[in-house]
Every structure is written in C-alpha cells, then in structure tokens.
Design a protein around this ligand. Structure first.
Ligand code: GLN
Length: 204
C-alpha cells in the first residue's frame, strides 16, 4: 500500500475525465491512495510520479505541448528520472520517435523506439472494438479503436505487448507504455493496473 502518489493527466484533449476515473478507481481497488489530477502547466510536471496522455488529435496536442513549455518539462523528466508515462491513441503517437508520414511536422517526444502510423485503421466511421491478447494478461481484453494509430516498427528496448492483424497496438519500453486503443473507455481496468504496477515499482 502506497500513500500520496501524484499522477497527472494531460488535459489538452480526449477522454481526460475517463482516464481520471479509471486511475482513481484502480488506486482505490488496490488500496493505494493518491491524487490524480489534470496537468495545467509545466510546473505540474515537476511534482508528478507518473503521467497519462489521452487521445485526441496528435497534431494539435503536439503544438500545444510545445507552446506551453510542457514538451520540454516532460522531456526533462524523461531524461532525468525515467518518468512513467502511458499514452493512449493520439497519446501513443506523441510518445513515438518516428512517424511514417509527418507532413505536418508533429514534434514527437521520442520516448519509445517506435515508428507510428496515424489513422492506420481508417477514419472515424471505421472505429471498432475487438478482443485482443495482451502479453501477460490471462484473458483477452476488449480494445476500443477510434481512428487508431498502429505501431509500424520497433527497435532498441521496445517490447511488443499486443498485435492485431499484423499491426502492433501496444508496446512497453522500460517505464513507458504506448497503447493505440482506448483503455479508459471500458470498465476493464487491467491496463491502468498494469501502469500502476510500473509506477509502484518505480518508486519502491
Ligand atoms: N488519429 C488521431 C491522431 O493520430 C488519434 C485519434 C484518437 O486519439 N482517438 O491524432
């Protein structure tokens, strides 16, 4: 049991409140306590034990991150003390080192050795749910894909955790998780639990 964890959720776009709810629920269910809050500015980054990047539009998120100084504050924490981060959907894109097609010059965090492709499963109307196998999970996970990216290529220390139809959809590199779907939109908290375990291991 750990008290006083501080977990930030980037509040620029996406299912921010769903991530707050899922993380709070899993803290409670596991008898840990802490504050899960929306990151408003770069000073918030200094005090967090972990960070969540929701979905949205990666081009817009990256622009706002850069202008607000959040980008450099997060990069600093990544370099200096391996801040645990989970990125979902557009959040997964932001964590990448490369993008297959970066016409809009999206500034990526280069937190994971991976190349991502935006909207790899089609447009909004092609959104779907699918039970997928995730490495280390005993039962399949119902994954919700909304204009999801795919992870086209990984290298270095990046470990593949899930794939569908030969497309990589979940990876881990040290304390960072990238998920191309939306775990915050289901009642199944196993991915938030998996992330919590990474955070707890990091502070112990
Ligand atoms: N396709 C969007 C992007 O790459 C992500 C969509 C989402 O987060 N639901 O920015």
């Amino acid at each position: 049991m750990v008290n006083g964890l501080t977990i930030g959720v980037i509040g620029i776009q996406g299912a921010v409140s769903e991530h707050l709810t899922s993380m709070r629920k899993i803290l409670e269910e596991t008898n840990n306590s802490g504050e899960v809050f929306i990151v408003r500015n770069k000073d918030d980054i200094k005090k967090i034990d972990a960070l969540i990047f929701p979905g949205g539009e990666s081009t817009i998120i990256s622009r706002i991150l850069f202008k607000s100084g959040l980008y450099s504050a997060i990069s600093k924490r990544l370099k200096e003390d391996n801040l645990p981060i989970i990125g979902t959907c557009a959040g997964c894109v932001i964590l990448a080192s490369e993008m297959t097609d970066n016409k809009k010059d999206v500034k990526l965090l280069s937190a994971i050795d991976m190349n991502v492709k935006r909207n790899a499963f089609g447009r909004q109307k092609d959104s779907f749910e699918k039970y997928i196998d995730i490495k280390g999970f005993s039962k399949p996970y119902n994954a919700v894909f909304i204009r999801a990216p795919s992870i086209e290529k990984v290298w270095g220390n990046c470990e593949i955790l899930a794939e569908i139809d030969n497309k990589i959809v979940m990876v881990k590199q040290e304390k960072i998780l990238a998920v191309s779907f939306h775990p915050e939109l289901t009642e199944d908290l196993r991915i938030h639990k998996y992330f919590l375990d990474i955070i707890l291991e990091n502070i112990s």
